[in-house]
Write a new protein. Structure first.
Length: 149
């Protein structure tokens, strides 16, 4: 488990019809400001500002097919060849990262295979690399240059 320090970022916020919204720079639109969205937006800024991941190679909350079910991943990072490289599952801060949460992202990984998997609740984050059919825990996120493979 890794405790990330998110960058101090001046998010754009507004209230619309009595509901709080935050501007998602990746999706270029206003979205409901929920506890999970706070984690997603802060993790995105961590990827952009601290890790220098290119925003042009990151997809947020896109639909995917998992068997007969339609699901949405939180964050998907593509490599330079535009192939899925890392998947991030975000949970609100009050959700404990458990085996069930890790299994959720593993199920998503069946639909969209990636080398790196991340699960975060904003307080604690787990990073994994798939190697030889097994998951290996990592102590840090891979640097973007590794995404060029």
């Amino acid at each position: 488990m890794i405790n990330l320090v998110f960058p101090d970022y001046p998010f754009r916020m507004r209230e619309m019809d009595g509901k709080h919204q935050i501007f998602d720079e990746a999706r270029k639109r206003w979205v409901a400001f929920t506890p999970e969205e706070w984690v997603r937006q802060n993790f995105l800024q961590y990827l952009f500002q601290e890790m220098n991941y290119p925003a042009s190679l990151i997809a947020v909350e896109k639909e995917m097919q998992l068997g007969e079910l339609s699901k949405r991943f939180d964050i998907l990072v593509y490599n330079q060849q535009h192939k899925p490289w890392m998947m991030v599952e975000c949970k609100s801060m009050d959700v404990t990262i458990s085996d069930a949460v890790v299994h959720q992202v593993l199920r998503y990984n069946m639909a969209i295979p990636v080398r790196y998997l991340v699960v975060t609740n904003g307080r604690s984050s787990w990073f994994f690399e798939k190697k030889n059919g097994r998951l290996e825990a990592l102590l840090e996120l891979p640097a973007w240059r590794e995404g060029e493979e």
